[in-house]
Design a protein around this ligand. Structure first.
Ligand code: NAP
Length: 307
């Protein structure tokens, strides 16, 4: 276990100012899978900056150590726990060690994922299965391991006592995406289990289960792999990508009391990018055409009425 037991103080982490009060997650404990890097680390940092104690899970010890040390320097309470979300025993151990260290578990963020670009024809069934195992089965395994601590309210008891789950997914399966058949399938499964768990665990225990679907996010291991600088992608397009902060502050919102009536939803945080497509004809043309069509139909209605 990588431990940082320092108490809260002022943060030295440079981030845009938060619109939320710094104490809105005070007393909460959050476990973030894949929380030592990229989007997961920013989620950890922002949950901590709003009062939560942080447990990070990942496979690489040195990466966890660096992340915990960075949180510690910012004055946050954090531990790093080595484990693979694909292994039930790791999931159980990490949850237990988190509760041993901080006394409770309130927020589970399933952020760990695998990704690589591959032509579907070249992807082995094993490669496909590996990504489903990490993203989809791993998410379920972690939810399952955490349930007993998240369902504090219990059936028929005060649901506000219960914890919550946030699953980090994506938007690529809303339509279809080149060279990411494995991730699309995995994230579709994650969205489905978000809804199913929100129904069962929301109804039975008051556990809210929601998702956040980032669009492309700058300065992340994910986008370094999927759109490397040397792949020749238009710089202007890169400028439209979101920041890790955008995803992290959405997690803070969902984890706060402001999210108390939100359950079974996946929030796309991509500035509407997945909906964007070029207009089939320029707007001036469509204005002129619709005026002509309107006139034509009015004229023919008048002509009919005179018959
Ligand atoms: P990332 O930092 O590479 O996230 C992967 C993290 O998961 C790493 O910390 C990795 O650490 C951990 N991990 C991988 N396999 C694991 C396993 N089996 N068990 C435990 N931990 C594991 O990537 P990111 O780009 O920030 O993405 C974070 C999340 O956002 C992912 O769910 C991704 O699908 C989603 N997302 C990202 C983007 C984007 O633009 N980056 C867009 C849409 C969605 P170890 O290797 O040390 O285990």
């Amino acid at each position: 276990m990588v431990d940082s037991s320092s108490s809260m103080s002022t943060s030295s982490v440079t981030t845009p100012p938060s619109p939320f009060r710094a104490s809105i997650l005070q007393g909460k404990v959050a476990l973030i899978t894949g929380g030592a890097t990229g989007i997961g680390f920013e989620i950890a940092t922002q949950l901590a900056a709003h009062g939560a104690c942080i447990s990070l899970m990942g496979r690489r010890a040195h990466v966890l150590e660096a992340a915990v040390s960075s949180l510690e320097k910012a004055g946050f309470q954090a531990i790093g726990l080595q484990g693979d979300v694909r292994k039930k025993e790791d999931a159980n151990r990490v949850v237990e060690e988190t509760v041993q260290r901080f006394g409770r578990l309130d927020i589970l963020v399933n952020n760990a994922a695998g990704n690589f670009l591959v032509v579907a024809e070249d992807l082995s069934p094993n490669g496909f299965r590996t990504v489903l195992d990490i993203d989809a089965v791993g998410t379920f395994t972690m939810c399952h391991a955490a349930l007993k601590y998240l369902k504090r309210g219990g059936i028929g008891r005060d649901p506000s006592e219960s914890g919550l789950i946030i699953n980090i997914t994506a938007t690529l399966h809303y339509t279809a995406q080149w060279y990411q058949i494995h991730v699309s399938a995995a994230k579709a499964a994650v969205d489905s289990l978000t809804r199913s768990l929100s129904l069962e665990w929301g109804t039975d225990y008051g556990i809210h289960v929601n998702g956040i679907a980032p669009g492309p996010i700058k300065d992340t291991p994910g986008m370094e792999k999927l759109a490397p600088e040397d792949a020749g992608m238009d710089q202007a397009k890169r400028e439209t990508w979101g920041e890790k902060w955008d995803i992290a502050l959405t997690a803070v919102f969902l984890a706060s009391d402001a999210g108390r009536h939100i359950n079974g939803t996946v929030l796309a945080v991509d500035n509407g990018a997945w909906l964007k497509k070029p207009a089939p004809v320029p707007r001036d043309v469509i204005r002129a055409v619709s005026r002509t069509v309107e006139m034509r139909s009015r004229n023919s209605a008048e002509a009919r009425s005179k018959l």
